[in-house]
Design a protein around this ligand. Sequence first.
Ligand code: PRP
Ligand code: MN
Ligand code: MG
Length: 179
Amino acid sequence: MQDDIKAVLYSEEQIQSKVKQLGEQLSEDFNGRNPLVICVLKGAFIFMADLVKAITVPLELDFMAVSSYGQSTKSSGVVKIIKDLDVSVEGRDVIIVEDIIDSGLTLSYLIDVLERRNAKTVTVVALFDKPARRTVDLEPDYKGFSLPDEFVVGYGLDFAEKYRNIPYIGILKPEVYEK
Ligand code: PRP
Ligand code: MN
Ligand code: MG
């Protein structure tokens, strides 16, 4: 599996220390607010687990599964809710946890859904960002790292459902997705 990686972009240690910083910042900013933290499955599952351990204020969790990529390396532009939330967001301070923002389509769709369901506030935390690929105007409120426009995998991010369990973020060798 790791033979398919061309280069490591950020190591496990670099990611862990960034996630801790984000958790500390969120703990300060959400002090006294009991946020509802929403993990966008599947990609954000590892980031979510590490991030909530770094947040020291009381919070609730929920999970939502959406997909726009399927088996392709390019976004289809159509976002599908595969699993919806279990709880109501009405009147809640919602924090959306995403692994990566690429075109921005997934998040702009989700923000819209949560606002229409009358969330009190919607805050976006994204560990990775590929600003060069954006097709909609969207900036995360909190972000970890900016990435170059390369096909990256690991720390939750997949190619055709593979490589999510690599603990760092790396660039996939082109021959892997071109074949
Ligand atoms: C990936 C990634 C983000 C989204 C970003 O999810 O985890 O959720 O794409 O792309 P965008 O900004 O262009 O919308 P994907 O649809 O591959 O589903 P997954 O999380 O289950 O891998
Ligand atoms: Mn995703
Ligand atoms: Mg994916």
